[in-house]
Design a protein around this ligand. Sequence first.
Ligand code: UD1
Ligand code: MG
Length: 452
Amino acid sequence: MLSIVILAAGFGTRMKSQTPKVLHTLCGKSMIEYVIDESLKISSDIHIILFNQKEKIISYLKNKYQYYIIDKITFHVQLHDIYPGTGGAFMQENKELIPIKEDKVLVLSADSPMICADSLLPLLQSESAINIATFKTRNPSGYGRIIKEDNTNHVIRIIEEKDCTHTHKKIDEVNGGIYCFNKTILQHYIPLLLNDNAQKEYYLTDVINLFARDSQAIHDKGKNCQGIMACELSEKELMGVNTKAHLAIAQNLMLERVRHRAMLQGVIMDIPESIYLDSSVEFEGECKLENGVRIVGKSKIQNSIIKAHSVIEESEIISSDIGPHAHIRPQCNIQDSHIGNFVECKKAMLKGVKAGHLSYLGDCEINTGSNIGAGVITCNYDGKSKHKTIIGKDVFVGSDCQLVAPVTIKDRVLIAAGSTITHDIPQGVLAIARGKQRNIENGFYKFFDEKE
Ligand code: UD1
Ligand code: MG
């Protein structure tokens, strides 16, 4: 059985943001949620270490997760003033290890959001007392370097960047900041950590260095030693986010994953790298997304085509085609419909509707067989409150009509182009609501002072 500790008590200074670092999002989901969701796949004893902006992070998570998930999470506030550093994160007042249930402890970082539970299996299944996720990189600067016993995966030491000699600096295998420890190791070594370093911090990596030193001593006496194992993972999965530039890189990596998942679910994409999807978007059946599409929030797209440069937010699209250049704003439900270019919808329930061009359809319900002409606007806002437009079946709304809500239009109604509708319309009616046209004889010539 496994306990997980998620480190999230750093200051995130380099993010230069009012928002706590771990609440910054990738594809619409905060970094810490990615780490929690992966953790929940493999453990039900999760500890999150917080300090900076702790209230904000706790209330955000309590809002996001159901109570039965929050029940699996223990929030700890690091005693940062006395015990700063990644090792300090594990200390109670007496320097002893914070209470952790299980015998194996996986340590993750809330600012390393790309990690997948599946990839951690080699760390979790290993018999070694300490397992460290490492990666090889062309740019190791800033990371702790991994020193191994020749030709083995046994780690002898981790050297932090600032303690590196010129030769150490050339080592291209680095500490990914993810570890699996036997709890007894942490119980023994956490209280022994010292902060006798440049930053006056307690380093978690010193647990490894102390254990390595002790086991080397045992080893020298010819006793059996369980050792410290390096498990190499990919740089992409271990990447840490410290700046907004890192955030952009991580977002691109996450986007690749989200798009790939969608394609495996049967989505066709034109120029995939131009398509933005939040990780919460769901697809069903056969769908196609043209270039430049953006779909965010809890949206569901089923058997539909979303044409170039359309934006969809928190809406459901079923058996429909949308765009190009359509904007479907939150809380729309669009079924069996054709929504054409430059149509904006908001809180619209459309079933079997055609709205081909340049419309605003907000706070409305439109039923089967109805056709909305170019430039039709539901006037849903009177400056104080929002009102609803309800349109029945087989209604033909001519071009450039304004429907001043609240207004109800019954089935089989024809509305003449250019009408401003302010009253309900009963079934079967032709409604015309516009100024009468006058043709003034020779008016053109008189106006421009021309001869006929
Ligand atoms: C750490 C490792 C380094 C490794 C790197 C991988 C140490 C001493 N060094 O360095 O070997 O290559 O991660 O990314 O551990 N945190 C706390 N409390 C603190 C300080 C940090 O919870 O007092 C959290 C941070 O929020 C972050 C994580 O621990 O999630 C890592 O901290 P950070 O300061 O970024 O460590 P690095 O200097 O990157
Ligand atoms: Mg870091």
